[in-house]
Design a protein. Structure first.
Length: 284
């Protein structure tokens, strides 16, 4: 089962899947810092018919953590998955309304904890609407609880200590640090934060650079992007971004070209900048 599905496939098979809307509301208050909020209001304004709202910020992340989108405990993730009706044999298809990285984050979690059939809808809600398909605004019927049981997961995330060890070792083309933020964020342009920029020794591979003008992911772009960075596709990268979301998009792209040996630094720059003992670097 492909990890990336197109709108035409979903239109023909919607009654055979558990469809999840993992959209998150982004709030720009003009301060240079993007804020986030759960997306039920956007879901209520319009979603793909039959989709269930998957609360990525509260249910599928740890709401008690210091940083947004911190991975939940296994118990919390299992409870959240069951609450949206996921069974062990479900084929789950996930989408969002903001470029696909939020859907990829949920894909990364569910797949990492043993769900065999989980996919991302390429282009998300935007692609669905562009293809002329309808949306609905009702909150949907009551969901029968699922019975998905997590499997043990290892190697999904690394912490700051492991990332710092890579920094101290120096740039390693076999295990590079790859930042999925936009170039201006990577450089720290337009920010007065003295800890703006990126983790030293890391390379910039922006998640949006893998998307076409229509917002659809094209994994065939990735090998050339790696070559432009002086990297082969046979690497074991550590991925990060601002809060572990765009990094999950990169993890999906690597999976689609057959590279599974990737991990995410979960706290990403949110956690790294918060610790004054950790080095940051501005500029290219």
């Amino acid at each position: 089962m492909s990890a990336l599905l197109e709108v035409d496939w979903l239109a023909a098979h919607a009654d055979q899947v558990v469809l999840l809307d993992a959209s998150v509301t982004r709030i720009d208050r003009g301060t240079g810092v993007t804020e986030f909020a759960p997306g039920p209001e956007g879901y209520a304004k319009g979603h793909i018919p039959g989709a269930r709202f998957a609360d990525l910020m509260q249910a599928f992340s740890d709401p008690a953590a210091r940083f947004s989108f911190t991975a939940p405990s296994a118990e919390q993730l299992q409870a959240a998955a069951r609450a949206v009706g996921i069974r062990g044999d479900s084929h789950v298809v996930i989408y969002d309304s903001l470029g696909g990285a939020y859907a990829a984050r949920l894909w990364y979690l569910l797949r990492g904890y043993g769900l065999a059939k989980v996919s991302v809808l390429n282009g998300g809600l935007q692609a669905w609407v562009a293809a002329g398909h309808p949306v609905e605004t009702s909150m949907g019927a009551e969901i029968a609880p699922g019975n998905f049981t997590l499997q043990a997961a290892e190697g999904l995330f690394v912490g700051a200590d492991e990332v710092l060890a890579l920094v101290n070792k120096g740039a390693d083309p076999a295990r590079p640090l790859l930042c999925a933020l936009r170039p201006e964020q990577f450089r720290g342009d337009g920010s007065s934060d003295p800890r703006r920029g990126h983790i030293p020794t890391s390379l910039n591979l922006p998640w949006p650079s893998l998307l076409g003008a229509d917002g659809r992911l094209d994994p065939a772009i990735l090998p050339q992007k790696l070559a432009d960075l002086g990297l082969s596709r046979d690497i074991a990268p550590v991925l990060y971004c601002g809060g572990g979301i765009n990094a999950a998009g990169l993890a999906l792209a690597f999976h689609l070209i057959g590279q599974e040996d990737v991990v995410i630094y979960d706290d990403s720059m949110s956690g790294w900048r918060a610790d004054p003992a950790l080095p940051v670097q501005a500029g290219a």
